[in-house]
Design a protein around this ligand. Structure first.
Ligand SMILES: Cc1cc2nc3c(=O)[nH]c(=O)nc-3n(C[C@H](O)[C@H](O)[C@H](O)COP(=O)(O)OP(=O)(O)OC[C@H]3O[C@@H](n4cnc5c(N)ncnc54)[C@H](O)[C@@H]3O)c2cc1C
Length: 396
């Protein structure tokens, strides 16, 4: 969309090609809103980056309603149960039979990102890969801008009517929003592993062990994600394979329930559990969505789902603003998103407290341990607790 100078311009410049930016751009493109996505990594990198896997029914509805569910329909698998294992035994929750009877769909994030990129390009959308936004400005002017640096180091100033900050927790957009931030560093680190092996159980497994959390999440018929709580000071290489499998066996109680299936470890990384909410998530003509707006621990699988929910709300508000000039919905964007974000944060925090033992030097450790067993007992015995869990776990 030329503006009479040689400065490139578009209606909406979307920073970041993760789930938030790509859902937003697809919805804008379908609504006839000109937009350009800027992504600092290459296409192959973002299409292979394994992260989330559990989509809520709300996310699936958004993708289906906008023709973005082609891959999901073929390769997504319904998932309806999880299991907590502790010294007191195991508690299985089939959430298809609880709450509103809703279920997850397991579809690895990298496949979703691949689908969203293909569909956006098919719809005529533009993505500038290997291009980094190094600065943004003019947020209260008619034409905010971003300075973009390509792989060769060439810099271009790009203008837009609106900037969408979908560049994740470490992007540049969030620091341009003078928001109040509420932060919690949980002091907990997970070793995150992708293993070439089918999941041993159809359930998501949560090992609630006195020495630390262990988890198993299905990703595809032959790839499984495992998590192991580890010493926050540890490095990825401090864990050799023998130690990894021994700890998974111990914390998931292999002697009683069978050992997790072994396989080559395809990928390992560290995830530090940190939660942060910005309020508001917009400033002038810059609007944030996804991890740029809130960092949330993966304990309740909410990050990618929040990203999709926010992208939908933002797409609707931007479409109205661009087509009609009416910015009412845009001005309400933060207020519309924040209740959703707070609720997801609250439940993720509830899960963190349930899954992790208190720190050894916590003077209230005995009390915390008592709370954990009371929660597990409630999940095992109280219908209303099981319904509470199902509603919050599967929906937001
Ligand atoms: C191990 C792990 C497991 C997870 N499991 C789940 C799960 O089961 N369910 C769930 O819902 N969530 C899960 N999450 C969280 C989920 O992956 C994130 O919440 C989700 O990726 C957020 O999407 P996003 O688009 O906001 O950000 P991102 O996916 O981080 O995308 C942001 C993009 O912006 C790009 N970028 C950054 N800076 C710039 C810049 N300056 N210029 C241009 N581009 C830039 C980045 O390269 C990136 O591609 C998990 C996360 C991890 C790490």
């Amino acid at each position: 969309m030329p503006v009479g100078t040689n400065i490139p311009a578009t209606a909406v410049l979307v920073l970041g090609a993760g789930p938030a930016g790509l859902v937003l751009a697809n919805l804008l493109c379908a609504a006839g809103v000109d937009c350009v996505v800027v992504e600092r990594r290459g296409r192959a990198h973002v299409e292979q980056r394994a992260r989330a896997g559990f989509l809520s029914p709300d996310s699936v509805d958004v993708l289906r309603a906008h023709g973005l569910d082609h891959g999901l329909r073929h390769a997504g698998r319904t998932h309806d149960r999880c299991e907590f294992r502790s010294a007191a035994g195991r508690v299985e929750l089939r959430y298809s039979e609880l709450g509103r009877g809703r279920v997850h769909t397991v579809y690895p994030q990298q496949l979703l990102v691949t689908d969203l990129i293909a569909e956006l390009l098919r719809r005529g959308g533009r993505i500038l890969f290997d291009t980094t936004a190094t600065a943004i400005g003019g947020l209260h002017e008619e034409r905010p801008w971003a300075l973009l640096r390509d792989a060769r180091g060439a810099e271009t100033r790009y203008e837009a009517r609106y900037l969408a900050g979908c560049d994740g927790a470490r992007g540049i957009a969030r620091s341009a929003v003078p928001a109040a931030t509420a932060v919690r560093d949980h002091g907990i680190t997970w070793l995150a592993l992708l293993v070439q092996a089918p999941p041993t159980s159809h359930s998501v497994l949560y090992g609630v062990h006195g020495d630390g959390f262990a988890g198993q999440m299905p990703r595809s018929p032959d790839v499984t994600r495992y998590y192991l709580q580890c010493d926050p000071a540890a490095g990825v290489d401090d864990w050799d394979e023998q130690r990894i499998w021994a700890e998974l066996d111990r914390r998931l109680d292999a002697p009683r329930y069978g050992a997790p299936a072994r396989g080559p470890i395809l990928e390992r990384g560290l995830v530090r559990l940190r939660s942060e909410i910005l309020d508001p998530i917009q400033h002038g003509r810059l609007l944030l969505a996804g991890d740029a707006a809130t960092s949330i621990s993966p304990s309740a699988a909410k990050g990618a789902n929040l990203a999709i929910a926010e992208a939908r709300l933002l797409a609707r508000a931007l479409t109205t603003a661009v087509h009609t000039g009416d910015e009412t919905a845009l001005h309400r964007y933060s207020a519309d998103c924040l209740p959703l974000i707070r609720r997801a944060q609250e439940f993720s925090h509830w899960m963190i407290d349930l899954l992790h033992p208190p720190a050894p030097d916590d003077p209230e450790a005995a009390y915390q341990r008592m709370l954990r067993s009371a929660r597990l007992h409630s999940l095992a015995t109280s219908e209303s607790h099981r319904h509470f869990f199902a509603d919050n776990y599967v929906g937001i």
